[in-house]
Design a protein around this ligand. Sequence first.
Ligand code: MRU
Length: 358
Amino acid sequence: MNVNGLPTRTIAPLPDLSGATIIDQTRLPFRYESLTLRTLADAAEAISVMQVRGAPLIGATAAYGVALAMNEGVDLDPACATLAATRPTAVNLAWALARMRAVLAPLAADERRAAAWAEAAAICDEDVALCQAIGGHGAALIRAVAEQKPGPVNVLTHCNAGWLATVDWGTALAPIYAAFDAGVPLHVWVDETRPRNQGASLTAWELKQHGVPHTVIVDNAGGHLMQHGRVDLCIVGTDRTAANGDVANKIGTYLKALAAFDNGVPFYVALPGPTIDWSLDSGRAIPIEERRAEEVTCIAGETESGAVVTVRVTPAGSPAANPAFDVTPARLVSGLITERGVCPASHEGLLSLYPERR
Ligand code: MRU
């Protein structure tokens, strides 16, 4: 992705391997600021408070968190345990930690530091390649719609499954960028995605950086737009896909899938292989993160004078609940867009693309 015209990744090691630089996503869209993670605690905190977020980027940050722990001389097991405890739903976190552990555990202590930085960089490079491949496969779906109708293809997306959620390109947004760059006329409906507004603050910001036409809508508008033929297809990301094709994604995804199903609008989910949890037979077992009530009762915004402030939007003392993800059953998903191609959301569908899992 180009930010202010410069090619940028969401996480990158310092040349001397003393830290990893991230974009502080809690400051967007009002401020574009980088910060450097220098310790295991910094990495764990960045994931917990969502300075970095999105399943693939959580995994990449955890990998660098292990590398930072090796710089500090922290043992591998407690380092992995600290990182594993940050956020429960995105399986990319456990996947990245298992991969780091598999590489580092057999090595002598003095060999682990260099190996950890190399493996974290490899995870990031692979994520970029996976997302680019997802972009190619998904763009073909968008192009197919474009060939059947006049005017732009209207794509609805929920939360942020774009460049900011990965190392580069994104999952759900990668097909949009690929199609847009290839000249396919399109327009994106961006769900605001309360409570943290990843759509309004992050997806809108990165689409704008890339010049992609888009419109932010409140979360409740999608069904209405679908009823009136104003959505051609939906593409969302996922934090964990069960082996039967059930997908966990940001809270509210399920309602969009129901509306899409009722209106005959194709509903695609884009994901890289590391987001598949082959150990789960169904989405019912996916752990759903419960976050702080303050994310519901309060909202951040920029005043006319440019100050960024947080205000309460509920009566003082009203309790709030904040489940951060929901599970969309496979039967509501038109297809899974992976780096290996598009498949039905089913166990057989996934096995057709990942036959080594049979
Ligand atoms: O709570 P978040 O912002 O980490 O949730 C992100 C999402 O739900 C994304 O859709 C998902 O991680 C897929 S990211 C490519």
